[in-house]
Design a protein around this ligand. Structure first.
Ligand code: M6R
Length: 361
Protein backbone atom coordinates (compact mmCIF):
# COMPACT_ATOMS: atom_id res chain seq x y z
CA UNK A 1 0.00 0.00 0.00
CA UNK A 2 0.82 3.65 0.04
CA UNK A 3 1.70 3.70 3.77
CA UNK A 4 -0.15 6.92 4.49
CA UNK A 5 0.95 8.76 1.34
CA UNK A 6 -1.67 9.96 -1.14
CA UNK A 7 0.34 8.69 -4.07
CA UNK A 8 2.92 6.01 -4.72
CA UNK A 9 5.10 8.63 -6.33
CA UNK A 10 5.27 10.65 -3.12
CA UNK A 11 5.96 7.50 -1.12
CA UNK A 12 8.70 6.42 -3.53
CA UNK A 13 10.33 9.86 -3.41
CA UNK A 14 10.48 9.47 0.36
CA UNK A 15 11.92 5.96 0.15
CA UNK A 16 15.14 7.22 -1.43
CA UNK A 17 17.33 7.27 1.67
CA UNK A 18 16.48 3.60 2.18
CA UNK A 19 16.69 2.54 -1.45
CA UNK A 20 20.06 4.26 -1.83
CA UNK A 21 21.38 2.40 1.18
CA UNK A 22 20.46 -0.85 -0.50
CA UNK A 23 22.06 0.22 -3.77
CA UNK A 24 25.45 0.72 -2.18
CA UNK A 25 25.22 -1.98 0.52
CA UNK A 26 28.41 -4.03 0.59
CA UNK A 27 29.69 -2.47 -2.62
CA UNK A 28 31.86 0.35 -1.33
CA UNK A 29 35.11 0.32 0.56
CA UNK A 30 35.56 3.90 1.70
CA UNK A 31 38.95 3.12 3.25
CA UNK A 32 40.63 1.79 0.13
CA UNK A 33 38.56 3.71 -2.41
CA UNK A 34 37.66 0.41 -4.04
CA UNK A 35 34.33 -0.72 -5.43
CA UNK A 36 33.44 -4.37 -4.89
CA UNK A 37 30.76 -5.86 -7.08
CA UNK A 38 29.81 -9.39 -6.32
CA UNK A 39 27.68 -9.89 -9.38
CA UNK A 40 30.01 -10.21 -12.32
CA UNK A 41 33.16 -11.48 -13.82
CA UNK A 42 36.25 -9.26 -13.52
CA UNK A 43 37.09 -9.85 -17.19
CA UNK A 44 34.08 -7.87 -18.27
CA UNK A 45 36.10 -4.67 -18.02
CA UNK A 46 39.57 -5.85 -19.04
CA UNK A 47 40.81 -3.91 -22.05
CA UNK A 48 37.61 -1.91 -22.50
CA UNK A 49 38.33 1.02 -24.82
CA UNK A 50 34.90 2.55 -24.99
CA UNK A 51 31.63 2.51 -23.09
CA UNK A 52 28.22 3.02 -24.67
CA UNK A 53 25.19 3.51 -22.46
CA UNK A 54 21.82 2.81 -24.05
CA UNK A 55 18.48 3.62 -22.40
CA UNK A 56 15.21 5.53 -22.72
CA UNK A 57 13.44 8.24 -20.69
CA UNK A 58 14.60 8.67 -17.15
CA UNK A 59 17.06 5.82 -17.57
CA UNK A 60 18.58 7.69 -20.50
CA UNK A 61 19.14 10.68 -18.22
CA UNK A 62 20.91 8.42 -15.72
CA UNK A 63 22.98 7.09 -18.64
CA UNK A 64 23.92 10.64 -19.68
CA UNK A 65 24.92 11.41 -16.12
CA UNK A 66 27.23 8.39 -16.03
CA UNK A 67 28.68 9.04 -19.48
CA UNK A 68 29.76 12.50 -18.44
CA UNK A 69 31.51 11.11 -15.34
CA UNK A 70 33.31 8.36 -17.24
CA UNK A 71 34.42 10.76 -19.95
CA UNK A 72 35.73 13.18 -17.30
CA UNK A 73 37.88 10.31 -15.99
CA UNK A 74 39.39 9.64 -19.40
CA UNK A 75 37.28 6.66 -20.48
CA UNK A 76 35.53 7.43 -23.77
CA UNK A 77 31.83 7.08 -22.97
CA UNK A 78 28.66 8.01 -24.79
CA UNK A 79 24.99 7.83 -23.90
CA UNK A 80 22.54 6.94 -26.65
CA UNK A 81 18.77 6.85 -26.74
CA UNK A 82 18.24 3.15 -27.30
CA UNK A 83 15.56 3.80 -29.90
CA UNK A 84 18.07 5.75 -31.99
CA UNK A 85 20.97 3.37 -31.37
CA UNK A 86 18.87 0.62 -32.89
CA UNK A 87 18.73 2.54 -36.16
CA UNK A 88 22.49 2.60 -36.66
CA UNK A 89 24.89 -0.14 -37.44
CA UNK A 90 26.14 -0.64 -33.87
CA UNK A 91 29.37 1.38 -33.67
CA UNK A 92 31.10 -1.28 -31.55
CA UNK A 93 34.07 -3.64 -31.42
CA UNK A 94 34.87 -6.47 -28.98
CA UNK A 95 36.48 -3.91 -26.67
CA UNK A 96 33.27 -1.86 -26.43
CA UNK A 97 31.23 -2.30 -23.29
CA UNK A 98 27.57 -1.57 -23.92
CA UNK A 99 25.65 -0.83 -20.74
CA UNK A 100 21.87 -1.02 -20.97
CA UNK A 101 20.13 1.01 -18.28
CA UNK A 102 16.49 0.09 -17.64
CA UNK A 103 14.41 0.08 -14.50
CA UNK A 104 12.05 -2.59 -15.77
CA UNK A 105 14.50 -4.51 -17.91
CA UNK A 106 11.66 -4.90 -20.43
CA UNK A 107 11.83 -1.71 -22.54
CA UNK A 108 11.61 -2.81 -26.17
CA UNK A 109 13.97 -0.17 -27.58
CA UNK A 110 16.61 -0.96 -24.99
CA UNK A 111 16.36 -4.71 -25.54
CA UNK A 112 16.65 -4.20 -29.27
CA UNK A 113 19.73 -1.99 -28.89
CA UNK A 114 21.43 -4.57 -26.71
CA UNK A 115 20.65 -7.43 -29.09
CA UNK A 116 22.19 -5.53 -31.97
CA UNK A 117 25.27 -4.53 -29.98
CA UNK A 118 25.74 -8.08 -28.85
CA UNK A 119 25.50 -9.59 -32.27
CA UNK A 120 28.02 -7.00 -33.46
CA UNK A 121 30.49 -8.36 -30.89
CA UNK A 122 30.21 -5.94 -27.96
CA UNK A 123 30.28 -6.97 -24.31
CA UNK A 124 27.00 -6.19 -22.61
CA UNK A 125 25.96 -5.29 -19.09
CA UNK A 126 22.42 -4.74 -17.79
CA UNK A 127 21.86 -2.13 -15.08
CA UNK A 128 18.34 -2.82 -13.89
CA UNK A 129 15.97 -2.97 -10.96
CA UNK A 130 14.32 -6.23 -11.91
CA UNK A 131 15.91 -9.59 -11.22
CA UNK A 132 15.46 -12.06 -14.08
CA UNK A 133 14.05 -9.42 -16.43
CA UNK A 134 14.49 -9.94 -20.19
CA UNK A 135 17.43 -7.54 -20.14
CA UNK A 136 19.33 -9.60 -17.58
CA UNK A 137 18.86 -12.65 -19.83
CA UNK A 138 20.06 -10.83 -22.94
CA UNK A 139 23.22 -9.32 -21.39
CA UNK A 140 26.52 -10.98 -20.47
CA UNK A 141 26.20 -9.70 -16.92
CA UNK A 142 23.92 -7.63 -14.67
CA UNK A 143 24.22 -5.02 -12.00
CA UNK A 144 21.10 -4.73 -9.89
CA UNK A 145 20.24 -1.27 -8.58
CA UNK A 146 18.13 -2.73 -5.73
CA UNK A 147 15.77 0.24 -5.46
CA UNK A 148 12.81 -1.98 -4.61
CA UNK A 149 9.50 -2.08 -6.49
CA UNK A 150 8.41 1.18 -8.11
CA UNK A 151 4.67 1.48 -8.74
CA UNK A 152 4.34 5.10 -9.89
CA UNK A 153 4.70 5.48 -13.65
CA UNK A 154 7.10 8.35 -12.98
CA UNK A 155 10.53 6.96 -12.19
CA UNK A 156 11.88 8.54 -8.99
CA UNK A 157 13.80 6.35 -6.58
CA UNK A 158 15.05 4.26 -9.46
CA UNK A 159 16.78 7.30 -11.02
CA UNK A 160 18.80 8.03 -7.89
CA UNK A 161 19.70 4.36 -7.53
CA UNK A 162 20.64 4.10 -11.20
CA UNK A 163 22.93 7.12 -10.97
CA UNK A 164 24.51 5.83 -7.77
CA UNK A 165 25.02 2.29 -9.11
CA UNK A 166 26.44 3.72 -12.33
CA UNK A 167 28.81 5.90 -10.32
CA UNK A 168 30.16 2.83 -8.58
CA UNK A 169 30.42 1.14 -11.95
CA UNK A 170 32.33 4.14 -13.35
CA UNK A 171 34.85 4.03 -10.54
CA UNK A 172 35.29 0.31 -11.04
CA UNK A 173 35.68 0.60 -14.83
CA UNK A 174 38.20 3.41 -14.47
CA UNK A 175 40.21 1.41 -11.92
CA UNK A 176 40.20 -1.69 -14.16
CA UNK A 177 40.90 0.11 -17.42
CA UNK A 178 43.60 2.48 -16.18
CA UNK A 179 44.99 0.20 -13.46
CA UNK A 180 44.40 2.77 -10.71
CA UNK A 181 41.34 4.28 -9.01
CA UNK A 182 40.36 7.74 -10.25
CA UNK A 183 41.70 10.71 -8.34
CA UNK A 184 38.13 11.41 -7.22
CA UNK A 185 37.38 7.88 -6.08
CA UNK A 186 37.95 8.13 -2.35
CA UNK A 187 36.16 11.47 -1.93
CA UNK A 188 33.32 10.40 -4.13
CA UNK A 189 32.74 7.08 -2.36
CA UNK A 190 32.84 8.87 0.94
CA UNK A 191 30.20 11.32 -0.32
CA UNK A 192 28.10 8.42 -1.62
CA UNK A 193 28.08 6.93 1.87
CA UNK A 194 26.60 10.22 3.12
CA UNK A 195 24.02 10.42 0.32
CA UNK A 196 21.10 8.74 2.12
CA UNK A 197 21.43 11.27 4.94
CA UNK A 198 21.72 14.12 2.44
CA UNK A 199 18.52 13.04 0.72
CA UNK A 200 16.77 12.72 4.06
CA UNK A 201 17.76 16.32 4.81
CA UNK A 202 16.24 17.43 1.51
CA UNK A 203 13.01 15.54 2.26
CA UNK A 204 12.83 17.05 5.74
CA UNK A 205 13.44 20.66 4.74
CA UNK A 206 12.31 21.07 1.11
CA UNK A 207 10.33 24.17 0.19
CA UNK A 208 9.27 22.61 -3.12
CA UNK A 209 5.59 22.98 -2.22
CA UNK A 210 5.98 26.76 -1.89
CA UNK A 211 7.82 26.92 -5.18
CA UNK A 212 5.14 24.86 -6.95
CA UNK A 213 2.47 27.18 -5.52
CA UNK A 214 4.38 30.36 -6.38
CA UNK A 215 4.70 29.44 -10.06
CA UNK A 216 1.39 27.68 -10.68
CA UNK A 217 -0.17 28.78 -13.97
CA UNK A 218 3.08 29.68 -15.70
CA UNK A 219 3.32 29.35 -19.49
CA UNK A 220 6.23 26.95 -19.39
CA UNK A 221 8.88 25.65 -17.00
CA UNK A 222 12.53 25.49 -17.99
CA UNK A 223 15.39 23.63 -16.38
CA UNK A 224 19.07 24.30 -17.04
CA UNK A 225 22.38 22.90 -15.85
CA UNK A 226 25.84 22.00 -17.16
CA UNK A 227 27.94 18.85 -16.83
CA UNK A 228 26.06 16.26 -14.79
CA UNK A 229 23.40 18.91 -14.11
CA UNK A 230 22.50 18.92 -17.81
CA UNK A 231 21.08 15.42 -17.41
CA UNK A 232 19.33 16.50 -14.21
CA UNK A 233 17.80 19.47 -16.09
CA UNK A 234 16.40 17.05 -18.69
CA UNK A 235 15.14 14.74 -15.97
CA UNK A 236 13.56 17.61 -14.00
CA UNK A 237 11.66 18.67 -17.12
CA UNK A 238 10.60 15.12 -18.01
CA UNK A 239 9.19 14.53 -14.55
CA UNK A 240 7.41 17.87 -14.58
CA UNK A 241 5.74 17.43 -17.98
CA UNK A 242 4.95 13.76 -17.45
CA UNK A 243 2.82 14.22 -14.35
CA UNK A 244 1.65 17.87 -14.50
CA UNK A 245 0.94 17.96 -18.29
CA UNK A 246 2.46 21.45 -18.29
CA UNK A 247 5.04 22.44 -20.87
CA UNK A 248 8.48 21.81 -19.42
CA UNK A 249 11.86 21.62 -21.14
CA UNK A 250 15.39 21.04 -20.03
CA UNK A 251 18.47 22.51 -21.69
CA UNK A 252 22.19 22.51 -21.27
CA UNK A 253 22.95 25.90 -19.75
CA UNK A 254 25.41 26.46 -22.61
CA UNK A 255 22.63 25.92 -25.15
CA UNK A 256 20.46 28.83 -23.99
CA UNK A 257 21.88 31.51 -26.24
CA UNK A 258 21.61 29.25 -29.27
CA UNK A 259 17.82 29.35 -29.38
CA UNK A 260 15.93 28.57 -26.20
CA UNK A 261 16.49 32.05 -24.76
CA UNK A 262 13.89 33.29 -27.26
CA UNK A 263 11.24 31.44 -25.24
CA UNK A 264 12.18 33.01 -21.92
CA UNK A 265 9.78 35.62 -20.49
CA UNK A 266 8.43 36.67 -17.09
CA UNK A 267 5.94 33.81 -17.45
CA UNK A 268 8.56 31.07 -17.71
CA UNK A 269 10.24 30.23 -14.41
CA UNK A 270 13.73 28.78 -14.89
CA UNK A 271 15.13 26.16 -12.52
CA UNK A 272 18.91 26.53 -12.43
CA UNK A 273 20.90 23.59 -11.08
CA UNK A 274 24.26 24.38 -9.45
CA UNK A 275 26.61 21.54 -8.55
CA UNK A 276 29.60 23.40 -7.12
CA UNK A 277 31.50 22.96 -10.40
CA UNK A 278 31.52 25.78 -12.99
CA UNK A 279 28.95 27.64 -10.90
CA UNK A 280 30.23 31.01 -12.15
CA UNK A 281 29.25 30.17 -15.70
CA UNK A 282 25.88 28.85 -14.63
CA UNK A 283 25.29 32.00 -12.59
CA UNK A 284 25.85 34.03 -15.76
CA UNK A 285 23.17 31.97 -17.49
CA UNK A 286 20.84 32.64 -14.56
CA UNK A 287 21.51 36.37 -14.98
CA UNK A 288 20.68 36.11 -18.69
CA UNK A 289 17.26 34.60 -18.07
CA UNK A 290 16.57 36.97 -15.21
CA UNK A 291 17.36 39.92 -17.51
CA UNK A 292 14.43 38.66 -19.68
CA UNK A 293 12.19 38.81 -16.63
CA UNK A 294 12.15 35.10 -15.83
CA UNK A 295 11.93 34.05 -12.19
CA UNK A 296 15.01 32.04 -11.19
CA UNK A 297 14.76 29.08 -8.85
CA UNK A 298 18.28 28.04 -7.84
CA UNK A 299 19.04 24.53 -6.66
CA UNK A 300 22.26 24.93 -4.71
CA UNK A 301 24.10 24.02 -1.52
CA UNK A 302 24.93 27.68 -0.93
CA UNK A 303 23.02 29.44 1.83
CA UNK A 304 24.40 32.89 1.07
CA UNK A 305 26.44 34.63 -1.62
CA UNK A 306 25.87 35.49 -5.28
CA UNK A 307 23.59 32.61 -6.22
CA UNK A 308 21.28 33.10 -3.27
CA UNK A 309 21.25 36.89 -3.77
CA UNK A 310 20.22 36.54 -7.37
CA UNK A 311 17.62 33.80 -7.05
CA UNK A 312 13.91 34.44 -6.52
CA UNK A 313 13.67 31.08 -4.75
CA UNK A 314 16.30 28.67 -3.47
CA UNK A 315 15.89 24.92 -3.11
CA UNK A 316 18.73 23.93 -0.82
CA UNK A 317 20.72 20.71 -1.01
CA UNK A 318 23.50 19.58 1.35
CA UNK A 319 27.03 20.27 0.17
CA UNK A 320 28.63 17.22 -1.41
CA UNK A 321 31.04 16.10 -4.11
CA UNK A 322 30.13 17.98 -7.34
CA UNK A 323 29.82 14.69 -9.26
CA UNK A 324 27.11 13.60 -6.85
CA UNK A 325 25.34 16.94 -6.40
CA UNK A 326 22.86 16.19 -9.18
CA UNK A 327 21.19 13.41 -7.21
CA UNK A 328 19.95 15.55 -4.30
CA UNK A 329 19.13 18.39 -6.72
CA UNK A 330 16.97 15.94 -8.65
CA UNK A 331 15.05 15.02 -5.50
CA UNK A 332 14.10 18.70 -5.11
CA UNK A 333 12.86 18.70 -8.71
CA UNK A 334 10.89 15.48 -8.14
CA UNK A 335 9.14 17.23 -5.26
CA UNK A 336 8.40 20.35 -7.31
CA UNK A 337 6.89 18.21 -10.10
CA UNK A 338 4.87 16.23 -7.58
CA UNK A 339 3.43 19.29 -5.85
CA UNK A 340 2.71 21.07 -9.14
CA UNK A 341 0.83 18.03 -10.46
CA UNK A 342 -0.98 17.53 -7.17
CA UNK A 343 -2.26 21.12 -7.17
CA UNK A 344 -3.61 20.56 -10.66
CA UNK A 345 -5.33 17.39 -9.50
CA UNK A 346 -3.53 15.19 -12.00
CA UNK A 347 -3.53 11.42 -12.03
CA UNK A 348 -0.04 11.32 -10.59
CA UNK A 349 0.62 7.60 -10.39
CA UNK A 350 -0.89 6.87 -13.81
CA UNK A 351 -0.44 9.89 -16.07
CA UNK A 352 -2.54 9.96 -19.22
CA UNK A 353 -1.18 8.20 -22.31
CA UNK A 354 1.75 6.61 -20.46
CA UNK A 355 2.61 3.13 -19.25
CA UNK A 356 5.17 2.08 -16.67
CA UNK A 357 6.79 -0.22 -19.12
CA UNK A 358 7.04 0.43 -22.86
CA UNK A 359 7.25 -2.97 -24.52
CA UNK A 360 6.66 -1.79 -28.09
CA UNK A 361 9.10 0.25 -30.22
O1 M6R B 1 12.01 0.60 -17.49
P1 M6R B 1 12.90 1.62 -18.15
O2 M6R B 1 13.83 2.28 -17.23
O3 M6R B 1 13.62 1.03 -19.35
O4 M6R B 1 11.90 2.71 -18.73
C1 M6R B 1 12.36 3.76 -19.54
C2 M6R B 1 11.33 4.87 -19.64
O5 M6R B 1 10.16 4.39 -20.27
C3 M6R B 1 10.96 5.49 -18.30
O6 M6R B 1 12.08 5.95 -17.61
C4 M6R B 1 9.98 6.64 -18.47
O7 M6R B 1 10.59 7.70 -19.15
C5 M6R B 1 9.45 7.08 -17.10
N1 M6R B 1 8.01 7.08 -17.09
C6 M6R B 1 9.92 8.45 -16.68
O8 M6R B 1 9.43 8.82 -15.43
Amino acid sequence: GKSGYDHYMHKEIHEQPESLRRTTQGRVNTLTGAVDFEEFDEDLFAGVTQVHLVAMGTSYHAAMYAASLLAARGVPAYAFMAGEYSLMRPPVTDSTLVVAVSQSGETADTLDAIRRARSAGARTLAVTNVVASSLTRECDDSLLIRAGPEIGVAATKTFSSQVTALMLLCERVVADVTGTPSAESRDLLESISRLPGDIQAVLDTSTALEVAQAYAGSEAYFFIGRGVAHSVALEGALKFKEISYEHAEGFAASELKHGPLALVTEHTPVFVIFTGRDDEMTLNNAKEVQARGAPVIAITSHTDGDIVDLADHVLTVPETHPDLAGVAANVQLQLVAYHAANQLGRSIDKPRNLAKCVTVE
